[in-house]
Write a protein that binds this ligand. Sequence first.
Ligand SMILES: C[S@@+](CC[C@H](N)C(=O)[O-])C[C@H]1O[C@@H](n2cnc3c(N)ncnc32)[C@H](O)[C@@H]1O
Length: 299
Amino acid sequence: MTVPGLSAAQALRQAIPRLVAAGVPDAAADARRLLAHAMDLAPGRLTLHLPDALSPAAAAAFDRLVAARATRAPVSHLTGTRAFWGRDFAVTPDVLDPRPETEVLVAAALAHTFARVLDLGTGSGCILLTLLAERPDATGLGTDASRAAIAVAQANAVALGLTARAAFAVTDWAQGVTGPFDLIVANPPYIALAELPALSPEVRDHEPRIALTDGGDGLGAYRAILRHPLPFGPRGRLLMEVGPTQGRAVAALMAAAGLTAIMTLPDLDGRDRVVTGVAPLSSPDHHQGRQVHGRESTT
Ligand SMILES: C[S@@+](CC[C@H](N)C(=O)[O-])C[C@H]1O[C@@H](n2cnc3c(N)ncnc32)[C@H](O)[C@@H]1O
């Protein structure tokens, strides 16, 4: 119990052992992040305020946050945000917590020019909205099978002032999407069902299952995405994030789908992280069923 009147430093010293006892991997850093949130401070300013007495409201908020973190709820769910490529994204239990590894895909996408981008499985919108924020003339569409995820992405587009250039649609990957796009990106759910039990409680028990796994061998989403021609413009690029053991298999799926110039890019740890390919010149602009141009969810 965090008692009002304690200094922030004392509250921190009490909280860290609670988190350590709950098995939280980086207990001290998380306690600091949560205390800053409870005190309504930017995390970088906490040290300055460690001697301050906690207000009753801050003490109660910190107590609730530490108790929730001890159940292994992710820090991003408790603070409501996650930093990605230098911007804060709203995060809820309906979306994948944006991962630093995904910045590899963003960096690779930004290495080329593009005007129109399609983000399959947009989740929080972190990839699409980052690309649009970095390329002020580009427009884009993010799709997701989860209506709740699309609502989070739309809220992030509003917060980042990108609604004029970002559209969203609830659909199955690129189904019904009208091109052409010169860049298509995806970070699909790539964890195999059999790998789920070994994940940390933060991921396994708190992140949406649809964002984590295809329910099979981990390659099902790639097969589904590549099953039909994608709405590429001529020489459009495809970039997909992969799990560290999936680079070869995804590259083979891309080759079988007719993509060329296929390359696998590593993350900062040297593990396969992104597979890229280029659409053939004569790539058909694929339309299947209803068409999705959407600024709003469409199903
Ligand atoms: C690994 S998360 C990636 C989220 C976000 N793009 C990111 O990088 O943080 C995969 C996303 O794919 C979505 N998804 C799963 N199956 C889908 C499908 N059949 N069609 C469209 N999106 C799907 C999930 O809802 C989830 O938002």
